[in-house]
Ligand binder design. Sequence first.
Ligand code: NAD
Length: 490
Amino acid sequence: MDLKNFIGGEWVDNNLQTMPIINPATGDQLGTIPLSTKTEIDAAVNAAKKAQKHWALVPAPKRADYLYEIGFKLKEKKEYLAQVLTREMGKVIEEARGEVQEGIDMALYMAGEGRRLFGETTPSELANKFAMSVRAPIGVVGLITPWNFPIAIATWKAFPALVAGNTFVWKPSNETPMMAYELAKIFEEVDLPKGVANIVFGTGPTIGTAMVEHPDIRVISFTGSTATGSKVAELGGKHLKKLSLEMGGKNAVIVMDDADLDLAVEGIVWSAFGTAGQRCTACSRVIVHSSVKKVLEDKLLTAMERITIGDGLDPHVKVGPVINRAALEKINHYVGIGNQEGATLLTGGRILTEAPLDRGFYFEPTVFTDVNADMIIAQEEIFGPVISIIEVANLDEAIAVNNSVRFGLSSSIFSRDVNTIFKAQQLLDTGIVYVNAGTTGAEIHLPFGGTKGTGNGHRDSGQAALDVYTEWKSIYVDYSGTLQRAQIDT
Ligand code: NAD
């Protein structure tokens, strides 16, 4: 299918150059996207700006009604959308269904915010005066999203933005535009007012930059790599944009000597090799107490024998392809670095080339052990099915190793000791901490995001997301009939 931009409620075809959409499981071409330019961004921002004047005046519970309808449509189409998602992104069908479910949950949760969006009232320091603060919409927001969660991350950003009274221009990833197209169709089906939601396809350096520079886009909500996020921060800072940046991770599972090792292995396999290791929260380091290292490794290798690799549309497959050839080569490059650094390759380490896998982009689930915490493979985001096992002597060392990376998204600890668990949750310096579970599995009503190189202090999801898409407005109503002067001695 040849996709078009969705601008001002219309499918716009400007006869632009196109690029193919590729199924990473098979190498088949699924369609094309237009390579838009600044002209299309300008048109989309104009449409969004015009629509926002009216949208901001629609009562929030009525704006929320559209989100309920969107949520119901997503639910109705869940299986179809999951199939499309698996075809364009590669994640296995069970995970694709889970991702669509996340979009449904977010629609219904943010619709609920339409009847909350709470502000505060507080006594004034002066008599006959009333003081309150309310959340006000900001205007047109720009959404820039990655390919690894093509629908969930879009909903984390779009739905709080809409319920709060903003309109948006969204640039999805080139790798996964079909979910954006499907969402635009749903916006049309629920009669979302024209111009409230606009979708423009194209490359980051061209249209992403045009969005960040655009004077009428007041907020940029970006999720992607730390390298790209830094560029967005630099340019957006110059243009005084409000920037919400969710970026890379180097997440670890800590396994203590008193852990349930079978449970820990399940958690590691799911969070390291699910989505072929391409979750921002994926486990890529296992920090293990020396007394259980060998047993854990043996159990992990046994569990990994059961991993089936292939096209995610096959319900028996547990690990699908990585997103494209460049990703395959990047992962392979890091495995080469691990070997050069002297880590021990326990299993995996290969690009899979046996038919029919040779048609797609598959990397064998890989485990390095005897890894030092400061090795490159233990410090940089590989974004593939590769883990590094690092041995430690105690909890303090485990926490120090966990915190030694430049990222701070997710961490996890397996232990049965309440003192260990509470000390760990306090000292692990990540935005998300799991106890007796792997590093993935966030729920949409809690804040999602990370510290240090992962984020700039904002959060997607939960009520925290509303802070990105609203300004606080403080309102003082003086009904004394006199000019009362705050802070001035009388
Ligand atoms: P990416 O940084 O390559 O691209 C992200 C988006 O930015 C894409 O839409 C891309 O087209 C756009 N872009 C590229 N250059 C740009 C520029 N100069 N200006 C503006 N936009 C530009 O990331 P990716 O490969 O799509 O996604 C994988 C990365 O995303 C990983 O690092 C992963 O950890 C991260 N991620 C983070 C979270 C989180 O919430 N912290 C969630 C998912 C993914």
